[in-house]
Design a protein around this ligand. Sequence first.
Ligand code: ATP
Ligand code: MG
Length: 394
Amino acid sequence: MEPLFLIGSKVIQTIKQQGYEAYFVGGAVRDFLLQRPVHDIDITTSAPVELIEQLFEVTVPLGKEHGTVIVRMEERSFEVTTFRSVSDGRNTLLEDLQKRDFTINAMAMNENMELIDPYDFCRDLENQLIRAVENGTERFVEDPLRMLRACRFSSQLNFEIEKKTLDAIIECRSLIEKAAVERVITEFDKLVKARSYSRGLHYLLSLGLTQHLSFLKGKEQALEDLAAMQLQNLCSLEEVWAAFLFVDQTEQELLNYLKAVKKSKSFVQQVIRLLGALNTYENSGWSNELLYEIGLENSLKLGRLLFTLQPEENHVHNEQALIRWHNELPIKSRRDLNLNGQLLVQSFQKEQGAWIEQLLVKAEKAVLAQTVANDPKELIAWLMKEREFNDEGE
Ligand code: ATP
Ligand code: MG
């Protein structure tokens, strides 16, 4: 048994010893049956949250109002939720399963890994179908985000969405406007990161969901293009977003756009830096200066992006070639430059000022272009000559 399930079994046993029911449920069961890696385990139980909190040494109140607490055991987390509620308070596993989004997510398993599937939902898993539990329209009205989850699961699992569920999404699609942008973006990110992103993106487009998501509206062509790219070459979400947003836009427009989708500051900076590097590349190709300016890690990202955006063109974006190139740069950072402000002040006999930074940048460029050797004497001599030349020109 996978270690995560082994520890989870102990959580279930602890709850059962108190006379309550507890089962593995949802995505963990689905992924276990599909033999996919399981990252997080949900446990559903008849026990109330207060009891769970008493029972385990370390718990984190996650959404107590929804009946959820996180139980920590052997350094792993388990999301333990009291049966998804019904009015009379006498909840059962059967009702809990009926309250879930899709049939493939509505199966349970006991601590011995025996499947509990009262509605025979595993048939949909075998047929690779995403089907809303019971009435699709009702499910999507209850929580419009589920429509996006359907597309995301199709992308992760390479499953088809069942016909009636598709019809229900088309009927309810405008409700997605109500969903919180953070939840929407989380689903979108999972969709584009997954193996069958092309399938997921085509569902978003063909179901008309894009027209009701403000961050995708009007970007249908860019999404089509994204769906046709070999995104598996990319290693990070920043690269995917940069590939998606690679069209003529000012930095301010990009900034506003990424802020509106509530991306973190560092994420926004990363995407903007990558797009800036793409622009530099478009203007002047690879150069010592570009590699120096953005560093090795970003150069590798840029290489992957170029390969993804323009696979037919023969760039020097091969990882090994870029690593070698970066290694052979005369300098890799300002620290490697054999020149500093102090030496400049001594040599030029001038007071400190903005001129120092200007000369350091000039020296960096000259060393990178291999116009001058990275040697203090030669650098000073060259800078002096340049200055005379410029002074004469004034
Ligand atoms: P993953 O963890 O890979 O994102 P998951 O299926 O485990 O996928 P979670 O968001 O972790 O998804 O939710 C766990 C389970 O809770 C789901 O499998 C599903 O049964 C139920 N669930 C989650 N979100 C919803 C929702 N919006 N509506 C109904 N049921 C939901
Ligand atoms: Mg999960």
